[in-house]
Design a protein around this ligand. Structure first.
Ligand code: BGC
Length: 765
C-alpha cells in the first residue's frame, strides 16, 4: 500500500508533486460523464511520466490481433477504446520558456478532485531556470449537464517579474494509443478550420469510420476584465489553435476560459457534425464557465442525493466509498443502450474499454439500487441486442446451437485472443443469465423477461446443453476444459462454479418458461414458435439438471473448485513470504498454475450469487477453506469476500476486505493504478456496504435488510431505490433507522421481522 493522498470526506487531495506518482494520479483524478472521459493530464503538457488519455464512449478501433501462435477461432482483432483529440491542451510560455513542471521547481502543489461538485482543480508555483516565478491555477470539468462539453479555467500570475506570457489553446489530433499492437495511429484528419478565438478539428477512425468533431472557443481575462489580445492562428497537419501574447505585471492574474464541444457520428450525421459542434459550443460559451460550474455542482448534488453513502468515524472508508461512487457515476449514465462499462472506464487504455462479465456480475446491482430502473435495464438490453452476435460466436467455435457471449467485446463480437480466456472462460454466459434474474428479482419487471430476457436465457441454456458431455465413467454430465473465474488455473475439468451456474441457468430458464405459460399463455405460444423451443430440449435440460456432476470433498464439507484441486500442494497465503506477493509479479506462470493459490472468488463467487440456495454452514465451510488460499490479485475478489464475511458475521474479515476493495486505487494496492482505475470492482465496493454490512436482499418480492456495523464505524447510512421507493437506511451499533419518504407504505423485513413503513422508524438492536 502506498498512501500519498490526503484523507478528506469529499475530495481526493494530492499536496505535493512527485513524478513517480503522476500516472497513478492521472488515473485517480480522471473526469468523465458517461459520454467522454479525461485522465488528469496537465493542460500545459508534461515531459515526465504521463499517459495521455482522452476517451469518447463507444469510439473504438479493431486493432489487428497480435498472437504468438494462431489458434483457429481466435478473433481477427481486439477492439480498443481510442485515445481521442486532445482538447485540454493550453501551451504556456513564460517569456520564451515553455512551462513544463518536469523542467522547473514546483512548490505549493495541490491537485484536488472535488467529488461533491464534479471538477478537477490544480494549483502550484513554478520557479523557472530564469528565476521567474509563476502561480498557476486550473479548474476543469466535463459537463454532466451538457454531455458534449468540457470547460477549463486556467490562470497564470507572475509572482516576481513583469513580462511576456504566451498561451496557446489548441486541439490536437496527433494522438495514439499506448496500447497499439502495431504502433499504428488509428485516426486520420478530415478537416480543420481555425479562426481568431476558435478552432475546429474533425478526425475519422480508420476501419470503423467514426467521426469526431472537436470545437473550441475561449476568452481571456486580466484580473477580472475581459481583454482583447494580439492573436495568431496556428494550423499544423493535425493540430489547430491560436497563440495569444500578453504583457503581465507582477501579481496581475490572467485567465483563459477554454470551452470545447466534442460531437461524434455515433449521434449525428457526418455532414452536420461541425455545425452541431459549433451550436453546442456557442451555447456553452454564452452560458459561461461559472454558470456551467454551478449547473455541474447542482447536477452532482442530485446524483449524490440518490447514491451517497455516509460513514462516520472512519475517514479513510468514507473518502473511499465516495470515490468509488463518483467514478461509477462518471463512467456510466445509462442513457445509451449501445454503451457498457469497461473495467477501467475512462481512466486508462487497459482492457480496451471493452465489456467483460464484470458488468453483469458486479455493476448491475449498483445501478439497480442507485438509479432509475431503465439504467440497469439498458445494460441488459445491450446484451439482448448482441444476442445474434453471441450466436454467431458459438457457431464460429463449432456449436450447432445456442449463444456464447464473448469474454471481451465492444460490438458483440469476441475480441480477446488468449485461448484460456476466449475459449475457456465460458462462465461469463452464466453471469449474463444471472443479471437477468437479478434485475427481475429486484425490480419485479416481468415484462422484461417476456420481451427480451427469455430469448437470451433460452440461447444460453442451449449453449450449456451442447457444451456439457455425458461421462460414462461417472454416469453424470461433466463440463471439461474450462477456466473458472480463477484465472490462475486453466483447462480444468468440472469447475464447480461453471457446472453450477450452467445448471442454475437451465433451471431458471425452465422456471421462466413455466411462469410465462401460466400467466400469459398466448405469449407463451408465440415464444415457443418464435424461439422454436422443443419439448425434447427442455427435457434434456432437466436431465442435465438432475445428473450434473459436482466435485466435492465430503470430509471437509466443501465444493471442490475443480477435479483434482486437492491433489495440489495445500499451502495458505499467510505462509508465503510477503516478498512473493503479488504472485503474478514474482512467480513464473508455470509456478502459479501448479499452485493452489486462487486469483479471485471462484467457488465463493457461486455461493455469493446463489446464497439464497445454500445454508450458512455450507457457505462458512467453503469460505474458511478458500479465503486463506486466495491472493485477491483480481480487483473483483475482495468485495465478494467482504460480503460473504458479513453474512457469516466475520466482522473483522469483512472490514479488512472492505478497506482493501474500496481503497484499491486510492492506495494503489495492487501497484497497477497507473494503467487506470478498477471501475467495475468499485461497484463491488458499493455492494460490500449495501449487501454486505447492510444485508440487502430481495426475496419473494420483499425487501430484506440485516444490517450490522463494523466496530471501526460510528454510523453508516445508504440510500436505495426500490420499485418506486427511495429508502434511506441509517445504522449505528444500537439502532437501525429506515426512512421511506414516499406516500406509499413499504413492506420490509429487517433482521427477520416484518415492518410496514411510512415515514421513519427506528429499530433498536
Ligand atoms: C479478472 C477477470 C475480469 C478482468 C477485467 C481479470 O483480472 O480475472 O475476472 O473480468 O480482469 O476486470
Amino acid at each position: 500500500m502506498k498512501r500519498y493522498l490526503e484523507l478528506d470526506p469529499w475530495n481526493i487531495v494530492e499536496n505535493s508533486f512527485n513524478d513517480i506518482n503522476n500516472k497513478v494520479s492521472e488515473s485517480i483524478f480522471s473526469l468523465g460523464n458517461g459520454y467522454m472521459g479525461q485522465r488528469a493530464n496537465f493542460e500545459e503538457g508534461y515531459t515526465g511520466s504521463t499517459l495521455a488519455g482522452t476517451y469518447m464512449a463507444g469510439i473504438y478501433y479493431p486493432d489487428k490481433t497480435k498472437f504468438g501462435w494462431w489458434k483457429n477461432g481466435y478473433p481477427e482483432y481486439f477492439a480498443k477504446v481510442l485515445n481521442c483529440t486532445n482538447w485540454i491542451g493550453i501551451d504556456v510560455y513564460i517569456e520564451d520558456t515553455k512551462l513544463d513542471i518536469a523542467q522547473c521547481d514546483v512548490s505549493n502543489f495541490s491537485r484536488i478532485l472535488n467529488m461533491k461538485e464534479g471538477y478537477l482543480y490544480r494549483s502550484f508555483i513554478a520557479t523557472l531556470k530564469s528565476g521567474n516565478e509563476v502561480k498557476i491555477e486550473t479548474k476543469r470539468f466535463v459537463s454532466i449537464v451538457d454531455k458534449e462539453i468540457g470547460a477549463i479555467e486556467y490562470s497564470i500570475t507572475p509572482l516576481n517579474f513583469n513580462g511576456n506570457i504566451t498561451i496557446s489553446p489548441y486541439l490536437d489530433g496527433d494522438i495514439k494509443n499506448e496500447d497499439a499492437n502495431y504502433d499504428e495511429k488509428f485516426w486520420e484528419t478530415i478537416s480543420k478550420q481555425t479562426g481568431l478565438g476558435n478552432a475546429y478539428l474533425t478526425l475519422k477512425t480508420k476501419k470503423t469510420d467514426f467521426y469526431l468533431c472537436s470545437a473550441m472557443k475561449y476568452d481571456i481575462f486580466k484580473d477580472n476584465a475581459k481583454v482583447a489580445c494580439e492573436i495568431e492562428m496556428i494550423e499544423k497537419e493535425k493540430l489547430v489553435g491560436n497563440v495569444v501574447r500578453l504583457n503581465l505585471i507582477k501579481d496581475e492574474r490572467m485567465t483563459i476560459f477554454k470551452y470545447v464541444a466534442n460531437v461524434t457520428s455515433r449521434d449525428f450525421k457526418i455532414h452536420e457534425l461541425t455545425e452541431i459542434a459549433k451550436q453546442k459550443l456557442n451555447k456553452a460559451y454564452i452560458k459561461g464557465f461559472s454558470k456551467m460550474a454551478e449547473e455541474q455542482a447542482n447536477a452532482w448534488e442530485e446524483k449524490w442525493k440518490a447514491s451517497d453513502i455516509i460513514i462516520q468515524g472512519d475517514l479513510a472508508a468514507q473518502q473511499a466509498i465516495r470515490f468509488n461512487i463518483f467514478q461509477l457515476n462518471q463512467t456510466y449514465t445509462g442513457e445509451d443502450s449501445r454503451l457498457n462499462i469497461g473495467p477501467k472506464g475512462f481512466t486508462g487504455e487497459k482492457y480496451g474499454g471493452s465489456t467483460y462479465w464484470d458488468t453483469e456480475a458486479y455493476c448491475v446491482p449498483f445501478y439497480l439500487s442507485t438509479a432509475d430502473e431503465k439504467i440497469s435495464k439498458n445494460l441488459l438490453i445491450y446484451r439482448y441486442k448482441q444476442l445474434d452476435k453471441a450466436k454467431e460466436n458459438a457457431r464460429k467455435l463449432g456449436y450447432k446451437k445456442g449463444a456464447l457471449y464473448p469474454m471481451v467485446t465492444m460490438n458483440g463480437e469476441e475480441c480477446h485472443n488468449e485461448w484460456e480466456i476466449t475459449f475457456e472462460e465460458i462462465h461469463r454466459n452464466g453471469a449474463v443469465a444471472y443479471a437477468i434474474y437479478n434485475y427481475v428479482n429486484y425490480t419485479g419487471d416481468k415484462e422484461y423477461l417476456t420481451r427480451y430476457g427469455v430469448d437470451v436465457l433460452i440461447e444460453i441454456s442451449r449453449f450449456w446443453e451442447e457444451r456439457v458431455n455425458y461421462s460414462q465413467e461417472k454416469n453424470k454430465y461433466v463440463i471439461l476444459g474450462v477456466t473458472g473465474p480463477n484465472e490462475y488455473e486453466n483447462n480444468v475439468n468440472n469447475n464447480w462454479y461453471t457446472n453450477r451456474i450452467a445448471v442454475w441457468t437451465m433451471e431458471y430458464t425452465i422456471k421462466v418458461l413455466s411462469n410465462i405459460k401460466d400467466e400469459e399463455p398466448k405469449k407463451y405460444e408465440d415464444l415457443i414458435k418464435k424461439l422454436k423451443i422443443q419439448v425434447s430440449e427442455v427435457d434434456k435440460w432437466k436431465d442435465i439438471i438432475e445428473n450434473m456432476f459436482y466435485p466435492k470433498n465430503e470430509k471437509l464439507g466443501i465444493f471442490l473448485q475443480q477435479d483434482g484441486y486437492m491433489d495440489k500442494e495445500q499451502i495458505l497465503v499467510d505462509a508465503l513470504p510477503k516478498e512473493n506477493l503479488p504472485i503474478n509479479k514474482h512467480w513464473s506462470w508455470d509456478r502459479i498454475l501448479r499452485s493452489c493459490f486462487i486469483k479471485q472468488a471462484d467457488v465463493l463467487q457461486g455461493l455469493y450469487f446463489l446464497q439464497h440456495l445454500y445454508d450458512l454452514e455450507t457457505i462458512r465451510k467453503n469460505y474458511e477453506f478458500y479465503e486463506p488460499r486466495t491472493v485477491h490479485e483480481s480487483s473483483l475478489s475482495p468485495c465478494i469476500h467482504s460480503i460473504l464475511a458479513s453474512k457469516l458475521d466475520m466482522k473483522e474479515k469483512a472490514y479488512e476486505m472492505y478497506l482493501r476493495t474500496s481503497r484499491l486505487d486510492i492506495d494503489n494496492y495492487n501497484d497497477d493504478t497507473e494503467d487506470g482505475c478498477h471501475i467495475t470492482s468499485m461497484a463491488g465496493t458499493w455492494m460490500s456496504i449495501v449487501e454486505g454490512f447492510g444485508g440487502l436482499k430481495v426475496k419473494d418480492d420483499i425487501l430484506t435488510l440485516d444490517p450490522s456495523i463494523p466496530k471501526e464505524w460510528q454510523l453508516f447510512s445508504f440510500k436505495i431505490r426500490y420499485r418506486g421507493f427511495l429508502i434511506k437506511v441509517k445504522v449505528t451499533e444500537n439502532s437501525i433507522e429506515i426512512t421511506n419518504d414516499s406516500s406509499e407504505k413499504l413492506h420490509i423485513i429487517v433482521k427477520k421481522k416484518d415492518y410496514i413503513i411510512l415515514g421513519s422508524i427506528t429499530i433498536k438492536v
